[in-house]
Design a protein around this ligand. Structure first.
Ligand SMILES: Nc1ncnc2c1ncn2[C@@H]1O[C@H](COP(=O)(O)OP(=O)(O)OP(=O)(O)O)[C@@H](O)[C@H]1O
Length: 233
């Protein structure tokens, strides 16, 4: 008999009748009748440029508005939350790694990792700082005191990943995490993301053009003109 549920690994995404349109455009940007991703699953979202990958990530993280009941995370309709509630929900549950990293210049790598946490808390507990150091170290990034503007793109990507993982999210979402990295760094980042997601028992959703990255994940969907053309697992 099971008495305990590990809440951290329960985070199911359910998309139903998702339809995103823009004024004066006949075709929807995104049209997904039904899609489900279970907790802990690793998904690649493929598709040509303009097929809707980023729009999908924005929709499921509440970064763009969506009609009620179209995106549910464990039966929570994040699009029915207020803007600040949605921000807090995202901070608590999602580790977001955006295309251009969105790091803050003038701050060190460590300060960048801690920044989202420091926005929400008066003080940063030692345990949180230790986790920030540990995440950077796990990724072989051994210069936490370097200013981010002096880092290479591969190093910036590691800082962005550590920042996304600091709050122990249940879901990691990455938009083109290997774009503009050379092959070696792309492979390193791919392996890191997968290993960290597995170790931390997170779901992983990655929008990518990188077939090597996509092949390394267990599930794939292919978008074309805002629709899922095929699923592959
Ligand atoms: N706010 C908006 N208004 C009108 N069109 C938009 C808006 N946002 C996105 N689009 C259009 O929606 C389509 C999908 O864009 P999206 O960025 O999701 O594609 P993508 O698959 O992520 O592309 P890429 O691989 O180049 O990053 C594009 O044609 C884009 O121009």
């Amino acid at each position: 008999m099971r008495f305990f549920v590990n809440y951290r690994i329960v985070m199911q995404l359910h998309i139903q009748q998702l339809n995103i349109t823009v004024p004066n455009q006949e075709k929807p940007l995104l049209s997904i009748p039904d899609f489900q991703l279970n907790s802990g699953e690793h998904l690649a979202i493929l598709g040509p440029s303009g097929s809707g990958k980023t729009t999908l990530l924005n929709a499921i993280t509440g970064l763009i508005p969506v009609s009620p009941n179209q995106v549910l995370w464990d039966n929570t309709d994040i699009h029915q939350l207020s803007a600040s509630q949605c921000d807090n929900w995202r901070f608590a549950h999602i580790g977001l790694i955006m295309q251009n990293f969105h790091l803050t210049t003038g701050l060190t790598a460590l300060e960048n990792v801690l920044l989202p946490y420091s926005f929400r808390h008066w003080t940063i507990p030692t345990a949180v700082k230790q986790r920030a150091y540990a995440l950077l170290e796990k990724m072989d990034f051994l210069a936490p005191d370097r200013l981010v503007e002096s880092l290479s793109r591969g190093e910036m990507q590691r800082v962005a990943i550590a920042r996304a993982l600091l709050s122990k999210p249940k879901v990691i979402i990455a938009d083109e995490p290997t774009a503009s990295l050379d092959q070696k760094n792309g492979q390193i980042i791919t392996a890191l993301l997968k290993d960290l997601a597995t170790q931390e028992k997170c779901s992983l959703l990655v929008a990518t053009h990188d077939l090597r990255l996509a092949d390394s994940l267990a599930l794939r969907i292919y978008l074309q003109d805002g629709q899922i053309q095929y699923k592959d697992d």
